[in-house]
Each structure stands twice: as structure tokens, then as C-alpha cells.
Write a protein that binds this ligand. Structure first.
Ligand code: FMN
Length: 184
């Protein structure tokens, strides 16, 4: 098997994508084609969801909006040319699932969507950075969201080097078996 065919095989191997997954804050200047962003947004829509009709996805590739995002979202510390924003219709969430729909399940839906679109991005040579350090009102004003549409997460998207430097740090997870005490 040639190196090229191995690479092509790896890029669609889910375990390989998970192992290579990392956040990126430095991106190429190349704009991201709209169809690539739509493919990532589609992946987000395929993520698990507690109830239908709650999730809204906003794809942003207007350079003026991206410039404004960097000015009004303090956590958006990257040079990405595009972003995908996962939002929740809080009225619909309350109707179909009550307060837990607004405060719990829709947040889980948002996390699942982030994981899906990030993995899809990797298959397209695109990297992401999940960003939540901002106020909801700032994102609502930036994207002209109606009051009942709550932004959950903004995900920076752009092309990354095929061999980026390793991430600065690894986050630790604690595993437990059967009971909390049986863990490391
Ligand atoms: C829910 C969530 C919120 C985050 N918010 C921000 C943020 O506001 N700004 C930012 O630059 N990175 C943010 N990150 C990225 C984390 O800091 C990142 O996961 C961490 O640097 C570890 O990098 P790694 O995922 O590449 O291991 C966020 C990540 C998650 C999962």
C-alpha cells in the first residue's frame, strides 16, 4: 500500500480522526468554500438531538461579520475565515421538554453537534476551535438572532496545516469503573 493510499484511508478512519483531533487557533488565509461549510453544518444536523425543531445552525463566512466577531467575542482568539454557530430555539425547547430542554438537553445537543462537525471538518482538511467565552447578547446582536434563539457555541473554521504542531496541553479525563471510588 502506498503512503498516499494509507493517508486517504486514515482520513476517513474514525479512530484516527479522534486521535488527531485538536483545537486550532491559527488558520490559512484561504477562504473556506461554502459547500465545505454546508457539509460541516450537515454533519452538525446529523448529531443526536433530544427533540426535533430545537436546533438552528448559522454558517458565517462574510469577512465583515468575522472581523466584527473578533471585536465583540472575547474568547474568539483565532484568525479563522469562517464559523458555524449552534443555536437553540428556547421557546420550542421549553414546549417539547420543559426547563430541562432549555438548560440541559439542548446543551448536550450542541456538544454533540460540535463533535460531528469537527470530525467532518477533518475529512475536508479543515480545523476548528470551539469558542464559548462571550455573552449571548453579543452573539445575538452580531448575527441578528431573534430573542428566542439562544447561541450555544461558536465554532471557528478554517484550513489548517496538514502537520500542525502538537497542542500545547492535553486535558485529563478521570475514568471510573462501577463506582466512583474505583478510578484513577
Ligand atoms: C465547551 C468549550 C468551550 C471552549 N471555549 C473556548 C473559548 O472561548 N476560546 C478558545 O480559544 N478556546 C475555547 N475552547 C477550546 C479549549 O480551550 C480547548 O479544547 C483546549 O485548548 C484543549 O485543546 P484540545 O481540544 O486541542 O486538546 C473551548 C472548548 C470547549 C470544549
Amino acid at each position: 500500500m502506498t503512503a498516499t493510499s494509507t493517508d486517504q484511508q486514515d482520513v476517513h478512519d474514525i479512530a484516527t480522526l479522534m486521535r488527531r483531533r485538536r483545537m486550532h487557533r491559527e488558520f490559512d488565509e484561504r477562504p473556506v468554500p461554502r459547500d465545505a461549510l454546508e457539509t460541516m453544518a450537515w454533519a452538525a444536523t446529523r448529531a443526536q438531538q433530544a427533540r426535533s425543531g430545537v436546533r438552528h445552525i448559522v454558517v458565517v463566512d462574510d469577512p465583515a461579520v468575522m472581523t466584527a466577531a473578533r471585536q465583540v467575542l472575547p474568547g474568539f482568539i483565532n484568525n479563522a475565515p469562517a464559523m458555524i454557530v449552534h443555536c437553540t430555539d428556547v421557546i420550542r425547547a421549553a414546549q417539547v421538554l420543559g426547563p430541562r430542554g432549555v438548560e440541559v438537553t439542548s446543551r448536550l445537543d450542541a456538544g454533540a453537534a460540535c463533535a460531528h462537525l469537527a470530525l467532518m471538518g477533518q475529512t475536508l482538511g479543515l480545523g476548528v476551535c470551539t469558542v464559548t467565552s462571550w455573552t449571548e447578547s453579543a452573539v445575538q446582536a452580531l448575527l441578528e438572532l431573534p430573542e428566542h434563539i439562544r447561541p450555544d457555541v461558536t465554532v471557528a473554521v478554517g484550513y489548517v496545516s496538514t502537520s500542525p504542531a502538537p497542542p500545547a496541553r492535553g486535558f485529563q479525563t478521570h475514568y471510573h469503573h462501577n463506582r466512583f471510588a474505583d478510578g484513577a
